[in-house]
Ligand binder design. Structure first.
Ligand SMILES: C[S@@+](CC[C@H](N)C(=O)[O-])C[C@H]1O[C@@H](n2cnc3c(N)ncnc32)[C@H](O)[C@@H]1O
Length: 186
């Protein structure tokens, strides 16, 4: 994931004066969130588990930390707020209902990051029938590879009124982390 962030930094060269990011799945902030924090000017970090609040406040003194259910909280954010919305979700908790909201709260040019997971990486012992059904409903397939993930997110961007400038996928972990830069249609 660090490589993806480095590439975003290089490709974008901090083109905006004020880069404002949201992490909706903050955890203790030891991984993606930690790298993201160093790249941006202003950051909001949300996390559902209040046991992580102390660590997050200590690790990210300049961020605005909120303990909340991000799936609900995102509905309260004003349109066009962030330059970057990251959903560093756990593997089987792909936040399908958040994706349209993530586009809504993005500025007219912005970056979306999320953790998708291709079918071959799924552990059939740990995924539930409900999660399988939600995946089928989103991907319209039960055989999802990285190409299919990319196509699905490009379609979603178009449906949300954005064209896609670039997509990066890091498939080298238990999830397939996807980063995508989009620009709103005129
Ligand atoms: C993959 S970890 C996040 C890792 C973190 N971004 C980092 O850089 O270390 C996923 C986190 O999402 C949190 N989470 C799960 N469901 C959530 C929800 N509905 N709202 C907010 N956080 C949630 C979990 O408690 C967990 O800490």
């Amino acid at each position: 994931m660090r490589r993806i962030l480095e590439m975003i930094n290089i490709v974008e060269q901090r083109k905006t004066d004020h880069f404002y990011a949201l992490e909706t799945f903050g955890g203790r902030g030891r991984m993606l969130t930690f790298d993201l924090y160093r790249m941006v000017d202003k950051m909001d970090i949300w996390e559902i588990n209040n046991e992580y609040e102390k660590d997050l406040k200590r690790r990210f003194p300049c961020a605005n930390i909120k303990i909340c259910d991000s799936i609900e909280e995102i509905k309260n954010v004003e349109d066009n707020t962030y330059n970057l919305v990251s959903m560093d979700n756990p593997p089987y908790l792909e936040p399908f209902s958040m994706y349209p909201e993530a586009f809504r709260i993005l500025k007219n040019i912005g970056i979306i990051i999320t953790n998708s997971i291709s079918s071959k990486k799924i552990n059939k012992q740990t995924i539930t029938d409900e999660q399988i059904a939600k995946r089928y409903n989103f991907y319209k397939s039960d055989n999802v590879d990285v190409g299919h993930i990319v196509k699905t997110f490009i379609n979603l961007a178009h449906e949300s009124g954005y064209e896609v400038n670039w997509v990066l996928v890091n498939p080298n972990s238990i999830v397939d982390t996807l980063a995508m830069k989009v620009t709103e249609y005129e």
